[in-house]
Design a protein around this ligand. Structure first.
Ligand code: MRU
Length: 362
């Protein structure tokens, strides 16, 4: 079986389990984890066994449904059920701070509880199950729509660069930044794709290069500090990246190193596109300065992946997992409801108006 044949994140009803591919084991082995315990789901998100903004949102939706099912065994009265539901929700929400899809999915699940408050606890749990599946199913058409919009910006034969993994492994099916690539491939296009390895956790090398190679793409892996050279060589026609949170002014948080790629793309006049489901756009966050950036353990830089430590003992380390790309470096934000262009404070509002009216064609 190919990695594309496995679900990144799914619900197993019979086992009452969240099933994920353990992405920390890729590309060496494809191991599926069946998680039934809230603490294990929290750990899986924190440890990046499941990662990427959309996949985290889907995992959180399924995780809180499974916990609600357990709570329902003891609590038959609404306010007691809601109290425990909210405790579990806050706990899961604390697993990672930057990707807004996590709180977006959990808030959506809470709304289901509140809007069914006059029904039995059993009915509320049934509705939560449907919503968790809906969040998962939505991701498929949302990413496909992003792919269709993205494909209008490129042509057969183009060289494309991406950073981190915003692929199928970060979502349910097409990924976001990779969706235009997968859809182009369906049409018989041949892209030449460059994947940044993405220090320090190597999502580009371990995940993007892997899934694209398994899917039959022409993919070349480069170190992050080689992006300038491939751009200067004229090999890149467009950059597509995913994101963890888009602020209302169009500033974008994505994997550390994204802002350097954007600055280089500007230098070489290459369009830099951010692929963002509306679930990743946070209109309640005014600018990139208001986005909380996750900081992770120093060992990810000093020791991980090396057979022996590669930095002096005791050296101070700064390890932010994400950075902010300023909106002026972004050529377009591709959503399932169209492509937003500068000025983003206006165009992103327009995207949500289209969402409210259900218009998803340009
Ligand atoms: O730390 P990660 O691996 O969860 O970071 C993932 C990214 O930065 C992705 O680009 C982003 O979540 C978008 S995934 C479609």
């Amino acid at each position: 079986m190919n990695i594309m044949d496995y679900d990144t994140v799914a619900l197993d009803d019979e086992k009452s389990a969240l099933v994920i591919i353990d992405q920390t084991k890729l590309p060496y082995s494809t191991e599926l984890l069946e998680l039934t315990d809230l603490k294990d789901i929290w750990d899986a998100i924190y440890m990046l066994k499941v990662r990427g903004a959309p996949a985290i949102g889907v995992a959180a939706g399924i995780g809180i449904y499974l916990e609600a099912k357990k709570i329902a065994r003891d609590e038959k009265e609404f306010s007691a059920f809601l109290g425990k539901f909210r405790q579990a929700k806050d706990y899961l929400d604390s697993s990672r701070p930057t990707a807004v899809n996590l709180s977006w999915a959990l808030n959506r699940m809470e709304q289901v509880v509140l809007s069914h408050r006059n029904q039995s606890i059993g009915k509320i749990v049934d509705a939560l199950r449907r919503e968790a599946q809906e969040i998962r199913n939505e991701d498929i058409w949302v990413c496909r729509a992003i792919g269709e919009y993205g494909l209008t910006l490129i042509k057969d034969g183009d060289g494309l660069l991406t950073h981190c993994n915003a692929g199928k492994l970060a979502a349910v099916k097409y990924g976001t930044a990779t969706a235009p690539m997968y859809l182009g491939k369906e049409k018989g296009y041949h892209f030449k794709i460059y994947a940044d390895e993405t220090r320090p956790l190597l999502q580009g090398a371990r995940l993007t290069a892997f899934e694209l190679q398994e899917s039959g793409f022409d993919v070349t892996l480069i170190c992050d500090n080689m992006a300038g050279m491939v751009m200067r060589n004229g090999w890149i026609n467009a950059v597509f990246v995913g994101c963890d949170r888009v602020a209302a002014n169009g500033d974008v948080a994505n994997k550390i190193g994204t802002s350097m790629v954007a600055a280089l793309a500007k230098r070489y006049d290459i369009p830099f596109y951010v692929c963002a489901p509306t679930a990743t756009i946070d209109m309640a966050t005014p600018t990139g300065n208001d986005i909380r950036i996750e900081e992770r353990k120093p060992e990810e830089i000093t020791e991980m992946w090396y057979t022996r430590r590669m930095a002096p003992e005791g050296v101070r380390v700064f390890n932010p997992a994400f950075d902010i790309t300023d909106n002026e470096l972004i050529s377009g934000i591709i959503t399932e409801y169209g492509i937003a262009r500068a000025p983003y404070s206006e165009s992103l509002k327009g995207i949500f108006q289209r969402k409210v009216s259900g218009i998803n064609h340009q």
